[in-house]
Write a protein that binds this ligand. Sequence first.
Ligand code: RIB
Ligand code: CA
Length: 308
Amino acid sequence: MTEQVILDCDPGRDDAFAIALAIASPDEINLLAITAVVGNVELSKTQRNARMICEICSRSDIPVYGGADKPLKRPPVHAAEHHGVTGLHGMEVFDPAQPLQSQFAVDYMLDTLAAADAGTITIVAIGPLTNLALAMEKDADTFARAKQVVIMGGAGRAGGNITPAAEFNFYADPHAAAKVLACGRPLVMFGLDVTHQVLGGQDEADRLSHGGPAANALSGMVLPINENGTGKTHSPLHDPCTFAWLISPNLFDAKMVNIEVECDSELTMGMSVVDMRGSSGRAPNVLWAHDVDGPAVVDLIIRRIAAI
Ligand code: RIB
Ligand code: CA
């Protein structure tokens, strides 16, 4: 079955691979639209980058909508050290031919959910969850018409990547994450526990550089930015794990657990508390991916993108 998808994202290098994987998988994914949110870089750049990637993938027909330019309550935080100041370090930035849609992303999301049959549209969210939380605040009943929400975010045993306790998307807007985790719709979540097993390195960059024109254009964004001298040779392909699951769910091990988000303590702000053993007594609310066939997911991502 082809999933009807609205993609909410903050491109972002790995977001770009998620967009490309979706476009490269027309039998499984129909990408209805992209909604951009502040995250890795400012909204002005995330919305431009989303339009750029669609153009590079010869899909400028996919509409891109601008969303929130700041989190619900917290000051914006960015991740330029991983994505560059453009958000797409490793490729030339240009002004896309396709204009940004004039409608606010949250209104587009609600209007589209209202017009479609209930339970037919999947929201894939791979940035801070601010747009989704705003949609819930504006019209929770319409948001509840979503089939499911597939999220890249959070961390369990893996620990955080922006603080010792928190993963970036949840740290950037913990109040939005907490709200979305309580939305009552089917939630599937891919945190650092699995995305840190889905790594791209020189071999993957080479495969893309010898692939189609879009793959070649994206190939410079596989390797980590080593300007901070870490000497890292691979970088996690976080965001495409969402679409990899929609395409081949058998590559992941997941279980229903309770996940709550810390929104008060500065020490653990944005921490996703993953109750793997059920010790909290709180009702399970998320299908949590806790393990993955990392090499097989990497091959799926690269093989599909290399073909476009
Ligand atoms: O922690 C990884 C997540 O934060 C990814 O979505 C990446 O793009 C950044 O937004
Ligand atoms: Ca992202």
